[in-house]
Design a protein around this ligand. Structure first.
Ligand code: GAR
Length: 209
């Protein structure tokens, strides 16, 4: 049984994709032990509740400074004792102590093909705005392991998505989610649950069925 903690900041459609794949049996031997949001009142917490999963909020607003928030976040993760931490639209800089405590056990979904359109300032809708402004014809999503820097950890899965004439950032965001994010994030968890993923330096190696 792979126990996962899912960290969210907003709507939680990626969280929902994981919940749905567990429910329909695609993700075997995987259990979400806790959902952690850094924002109060987000829909992702409703999704957790509806699925009977413990959801908690650890918001920087409830702590005197960043250090106290970082410590609370680490505690919230440690209490849940997950095998894997899944950042599913978690728009928070991951504190070094969290990375150290869960080294090689944190994955993130990013809405572009890393190393394009990633790093500081590239999150959520901004990523799609920038891809459209640059005029690329193909974008996509990436699941990668999290290390000390932003979007630099070993890449686990990527899926390309076509950009079409007339796309708005919102239309493109939806297509990237439907065609890529909601597919490769559960798939990455499945591969890890099956013990098929190995990190080798900056790369990952996925072993066969
Ligand atoms: C997703 O598109 C995810 O890839 C993105 O935030 C969105 C969250 O949506 N994450 C990042 O930009 C991380 N840099 P959701 O709450 O509906 O899953």
């Amino acid at each position: 049984m792979l126990k996962i903690a899912v960290c969210v900041s907003g709507g939680g459609t990626n969280l929902q994709a994981i919940i749905d794949r567990i429910a329909d049996g695609t993700l075997e031997d995987v259990r979400i032990v806790r959902v952690i949001s850094n924002n109060h009142g987000v829909y992702a917490l409703e999704r957790a509740k509806a699925a009977g999963i413990e959801g908690i909020c650890v918001s920087p607003k409830d702590y005197p400074d960043r250090a106290a928030f970082n410590e609370a976040l680490l505690r919230a993760l440690q209490e849940a004792a997950p095998d894997l931490v899944v950042l599913a639209g978690f728009l928070v800089a991951i504190p070094p102590a969290v990375i150290e405590n869960f080294r090689g056990r944190i994955i993130n979904i990013h809405p572009a093909l890393i190393p394009s359109f990633c790093g500081k300032g590239y999150y959520g809708l901004h990523v799609h705005e920038k891809a459209l402004a640059r005029g690329v014809k193909v974008t996509g999503a990436t699941v990668h392991f999290v290390d000390e820097d932003l979007d630099t950890g070993p890449i686990l899965l990527q899926k390309a998505v076509e950009i079409r004439e007339g796309d708005t950032p919102e239309i493109l965001q939806r297509r990237v989610m439907e065609q890529a994010e909601w597919v490769i994030l559960p798939e990455a968890i499945r591969l890890i649950a099956q013990g098929r993923v190995r990190i080798e330096g900056r790369r990952t190696v996925i072993s066969g069925d």
